[in-house]
Ligand binder design. Structure first.
Ligand code: DAH
Length: 342
């Protein structure tokens, strides 16, 4: 009985001394918790003479109730004070700038592709997308590529079987378009192509865009005029264009197209390797044999075609020196294009 009084005094004293609700909780547990001092008294019941047990039990329960009331009133007071302190010290500065949500951006190859599609759409071209898995016929044979042409080699082309392969050029789409549409034809065909090739400027997977125009009376001058337009819109309005003779099995004559260096203006620099000119694409007049392969009469119709590498254009345009950067997905690289106009 005496012990209960001591415990009560002790509990009240410690409760009053608690500085915050956390400390108060500790004190509460010390006395009323499962291993607390008051709880321990009940466990001592056995030591009390049987006739005194009811009185003893009541005494402890009363004590428990008094302490509980004390703790909850103290707790309420402390919590109120803590809330007031919090409110008076924490301030919201409504003039602080907000945290901006970072938005993603388009991949540089997508930016170049979209610009080109926009540009050529403006000149009346439609977009055609061919399959990435082609067969030898569309990728080579119909494009007048001889059976023993080195491009057909296993070293250059990824074969899926004797017949099927991953297309090495979007030119394969030319055949599909000419076999399914009648002239006039005016299409561009962007897409992925695959070659067994791997260095700083070549990647086993890259993107090309093909262009094809077939109609009556199409000449090399039409090709030249259109390319000049393309180069000015893509690089700078001051660039000049020139055609150099070249060879592709599917065009005759074939040309390689250079633009005057948009970095140095043609004087010679690192970008144009001192020549003042940069090669941007291959093109030519559609070979008569290719037209014939697609049942288009070469005496009635003529056409031009061109093919360019999207990574190459992006590298030139943005000064990227390694093609691997386009597929590594390093955000430090990609985020530099976030605000690039499409
Ligand atoms: N297919 C060629 C290549 O992959 C590029 C090309 C050259 C496409 C001339 C054409 C063209 O349409 O006329 O290198």
């Amino acid at each position: 009985m005496e012990n209960t009084e001591n415990i009560e005094q002790e509990a009240l004293k410690e409760a009053d001394a608690a500085k915050d609700s956390g400390a108060l909780y500790e004190v509460k547990m010390k006395f009323l918790g499962r291993a607390g001092k008051v709880t321990a008294l009940l466990k001592n019941m056995r030591a009390v003479a049987a006739e005194e047990r009811p009185a003893f039990g009541k005494k402890i329960n009363d004590l428990r109730e008094r302490l509980e009331a004390k703790f909850s009133s103290l707790e309420e007071k402390l919590k109120k004070r803590e809330m007031q302190e919090k409110l008076s010290t924490e301030e919201i500065d409504v003039t602080m700038p907000g945290r901006r949500q970072q938005s993603g951006g388009l991949h540089p190859v997508t930016i170049v592709k979209d610009r080109l599609v926009e540009l050529f759409s403006g000149m009346g071209f439609e977009v055609f997308e061919g399959p990435e898995i082609e067969d030898q016929y569309y990728n080579f044979t119909a494009l007048n590529t001889p059976e023993d042409h080195p491009a057909r080699d296993m070293q250059d082309t990824f074969y899926l079987s004797e017949e099927f392969l991953l297309r090495t050029q979007t030119s394969a789409g030319q055949i599909r378009v000419m076999q399914s549409q009648k002239p006039p034809i005016k299409i561009v065909s962007p897409g992925r192509v695959f070659r067994s090739d791997d260095d700083a400027t070549h990647s086993p997977m890259f993107h090309q865009m093909e262009g094809l125009v077939v109609d009556k009376g199409i000449t090399l001058a039409d090709l030249y005029g259109m390319l000049d337009e393309f180069a000015k819109a893509m690089f700078s309005k001051d660039v000049k264009t020139r055609l150099r003779p070249s060879y592709f099995p599917f065009t005759e004559p074939s040309v390689e197209v250079d633009v005057s260096c948009f970095s140095c203006g043609g004087k010679g620099c690192a970008l144009c390797k001192g020549t003042g000119w940069i090669e941007v694409l291959g093109a030519g007049m559609v070979n008569r044999k290719v037209l014939q392969n697609c049942n288009i009469d070469p005496d009635e119709y003529s056409g031009f075609a061109f093919g360019l590498g999207l990574e190459r254009i992006a590298m030139l345009k943005y000064g990227v020196n390694n093609i691997k950067l386009f597929t590594e997905n390093d955000v430090r690289f990609l985020e530099q294009f976030r605000d690039e106009r499409r």
